[in-house]
Design a binder for this molecule. Structure first.
Ligand code: ADP
Ligand code: MG
Length: 399
């Protein structure tokens, strides 16, 4: 079998096999991709070393090897006609290997750029989209250069790769503290950014097909707590339409510039002075897009399937105001409980318009993403009211 340019329809293919879509990574995003793919009649194959990975549980095939294991990659290719990824740090070399023999979306090249903050921000600049002033720190000379930007401090130092949910980041108060801060990150390739005065954060998900067609979801307003997404709100006027238009336009320019195929999430800051700047991108569906599962006529995972299988993309339509609450493992340990206690799901589900999504993780741990709660309603007031009540029941801080 070689790389096909035809639509990959579900069901039996020319070789008498069920059309199978593969995914690198077995986390919750992979699980929701698998659910969407199976709903459309595809078979699925997941590669993830963890025997109890959320996507592995629900997939037709689960290949339990390392991401760079040649035998594992060969098995994934043997099973799948097309392969996608579900987490940002899938080793790009694995994707290069797969891409030589199968349809892979997003491409290894796009993923490699998204995995490296300096490359990523350089791409944003090249696309004409504003981001925070930054300086790569990969040598003593660059360290000295970064120290000279005295007006950036207090600044944020981030490792260029492998950071997520605020990990691998430190605030640096003054230029004199920079060398020690870099040392605390083991002098790994890093980026220093000016710390901006944020009014709020937002994100937008665009989906681009092999033919270059692009569609997008509404712009999402996001609240982070301790570096982790806590709440996403999507309804009329949550974000000024002018800012939202600019975010969509910028996201599309960035996707176009990468010749991207698949689902791409762009995260933005809206500054206190009203300016919009891009922060980072995720080459996959995104936590802030989970509301699409219940509030839109097609979800981000449905469009991940369609873009991978070369099926038509349609502009999604949001049919209900929506709020998403992230369900972190902390909720199992409320009131300083030592042992995990199941949150009051039944009480929450007694509220109108609550859609509980749990990822099937066997153990609740603090800061671990266990699931999310999507709330939909007929009006913005109602959705907020129910969301605040759900927060109260679950012990999530009000927003
Ligand atoms: P991660 O990959 O961990 O999500 P981010 O770059 O998104 O890394 O940083 C995490 C959070 O830190 C952001 O959502 C934002 O709240 C804050 N942050 C990051 N960079 C800046 C900056 N330059 N100025 C102000 N706040 C920032
Ligand atoms: Mg982020």
């Amino acid at each position: 079998m070689s790389v096909s340019t035809k639509a990959l329809l579900p069901g039996q293919n020319d070789n008498g096999q069920q059309t199978t879509l593969g995914v690198m990574g077995g986390g919750q995003l992979g699980r929701m991709f698998v659910h969407s793919a199976q709903q459309m009649g595809y078979f699925t194959a997941v590669l993830d070393p963890d025997v109890s990975s959320p996507a592995g549980w629900v997939s037709h095939y689960h290949i339990e090897t390392d991401y760079l294991d040649q035998d594992g990659l060969a098995q994934l290719m043997q099973r799948s006609v097309a392969i996608t990824t579900e987490f940002e740090n899938v080793p790009a070399p694995a994707l290069y290997t797969l891409g030589g023999h199968r349809t892979v979306a997003p491409s290894a090249k796009s993923v490699a750029i998204a995995q490296h903050r300096v490359k990523e921000k350089t791409h944003f600049k090249n696309c004409g989209v504003a981001c925070a002033p930054f300086q790569a720190i990969e040598s003593q000379e660059q360290l000295r250069l970064a120290m000279s930007h005295t007006d950036w401090f207090p600044a944020i130092l981030k490792t260029s790769s492998m950071g997520y949910d605020g990990k691998g980041q430190v605030t640096v108060v003054s230029p004199d503290d920079l060398a020690a801060a870099w040392n605390s990150l083991k002098n790994a390739d890093a980026i220093l950014e000016k710390k901006l005065d944020l009014a709020f954060e937002c994100s937008v998900i665009v989906v681009r097909g092999f033919d270059g067609q692009m569609v997008h979801f509404p712009v999402q307003k996001n609240l982070h707590r301790n570096g982790i997404l806590a709440v996403t709100e999507v309804y009329e006027n949550a974000i000024h339409p002018e800012i939202a238009d600019k975010a969509v336009h910028s996201a599309k320019a960035i996707a176009q510039g990468l010749d991207y195929v698949g689902v791409l999430c762009l995260e933005f800051f809206v500054l206190a002075n009203g300016e919009l700047v891009v922060n980072e991108m995720a080459p996959r569906p995104h936590n802030s897009g989970h509301y699409t599962m219940n509030a839109c006529d097609v979800s981000q995972f449905d469009l991940q399937v369609r873009s991978l299988a070369r099926l038509p993309l349609v502009q999604p339509r949001q049919h209900s105001p929506a709020i998403m609450l992230n369900i972190l493992g902390d909720l199992w340990f409320k009131n300083s409980a030592e042992t995990a206690k199941t949150p009051a799901w039944a009480e929450v589900l007694a509220l109108p318009g609550c859609h509980l999504h749990l990822y099937g993780k066997l153990e609740a741990r603090k800061a671990r993403k266990m699931g999310h709660l999507n709330i939909t309603a007929a009006t913005t007031d109602q959705v907020k009211q129910v969301a605040l009540r759900a927060c109260e029941i679950l012990g999530i801080e009000a927003f």
